[in-house]
Design a protein around this ligand. Structure first.
Ligand SMILES: Nc1ncnc2c1ncn2[C@@H]1O[C@H](COP(=O)(O)OP(=O)(O)OP(=O)(O)O)[C@@H](O)[C@H]1O
Ligand SMILES: [Mg+2]
Length: 268
């Protein structure tokens, strides 16, 4: 498969307020964040601080009240094949085999005239990706025949085969046990080296944010905004063992301070 390419994502002055009955909830206010092509930025913050809302706005599934999002200079005004999304619960069609689930996106893209790869070419690509995610022997299995971790890898394969320029991940490993989670993080790091996709990754977990992110944007406050953006001073490729380094521990401390409001210096 040809290497992917990441797009630049520019979030400018984005705000969103939900209105329900007589009640208003300011979900996000004045969000500015620029993500470089191929960069992995983690969004971290307490429950309800607008992380999923921000991801849905970047996906084009939700329109902001204020501000704009651009992907490689084009303003987001709806969903598009250049942005893939992965959720906490892997979304797979239960009536399709794993292989057909993976082929669903590229076939839909072909029907929409987005590429001209024929069935044999797509089939070979699906098989290669199934191998890469360790599901080579499970192409014919249905989602209910896969373990939770396998379903996550299948969902990941399904997203990556469409070659999104941006991958939006909303706590994709939150429901996994600790060991499967470490495996999936490692897997994501390897996939990322290979595809160079730009990734926005939502997590509650400080350790996960430091392990994965080039930068960590800490959200919070009232109204919810970006409190601080922290550079993670670790090289690539990353491994779980990096968590023992002093740089890692220092980054965690910095994030914890930002979360608790002890370090409120503006930073972008
Ligand atoms: N469709 C909606 N209608 C009304 N309010 C909403 C809607 N979606 C989100 N909200 C509100 O906006 C705020 C932010 O929600 P959001 O789901 O973005 O938070 P989050 O940071 O992803 O939280 P969590 O970590 O629990 O997933 C919350 O107060 C939530 O109740
Ligand atoms: Mg959420």
């Amino acid at each position: 498969m040809a290497p992917g390419r990441g797009a630049a994502v520019v979030i400018q002055s984005v705000g969103k307020t939900f209105r329900r009955g007589g009640r208003r909830t300011i979900a996000l206010a004045d969000i500015d964040l620029t993500v470089a092509p191929g960069e992995l930025v983690c969004l971290l913050g307490p429950s309800g601080c607008g992380k999923s809302t921000l991801l849905r706005i970047v996906a084009g599934a939700l329109a902001p009240d204020d501000g704009t999002v651009t992907v490689d200079g084009t303003t987001v005004d709806g969903p598009s094949a250049d942005r893939g999304m992965l959720f906490q619960t892997p979304l797979l069609f239960p009536w399709l085999s794993t292989r057909k689930n993976i082929l669903f996106g590229p076939k839909a893209q072909r029907a929409a005239g987005l590429h001209e790869r024929d069935d044999p070419e797509l089939g070979a690509e699906a098989d290669a990706i199934l191998d890469t995610v360790g599901l080579g022997r499970f192409g014919d299995a249905f989602p209910h025949e896969l373990s939770g971790g396998m379903q996550h890898r299948a969902a990941f394969a399904r997203a990556i085969i469409t070659r999104p320029a941006v991958l939006l991940m909303d706590e994709p490993f939150g429901a996994l046990d600790a060991i499967t989670r470490v495996r999936m993080q490692d897997f994501l790091l390897r996939m990322r080296e290979q595809y160079q996709t730009t990734i926005l990754f939502v997590t509650h977990d400080i350790e996960e944010a430091v392990l994965l992110g080039d930068r960590v944007a800490v959200l919070g406050g009232r109204p919810p905004g970006i409190r601080q953006v922290i550079d993670v001073p670790l090289g690539r490729p990353r491994h779980a063992a990096d968590a023992d380094t002093t740089e890692f521990v220092a980054a965690k401390r910095q994030i914890r301070a930002a979360l608790t409001g002890r370090a409120m210096q503006a930073h972008t």
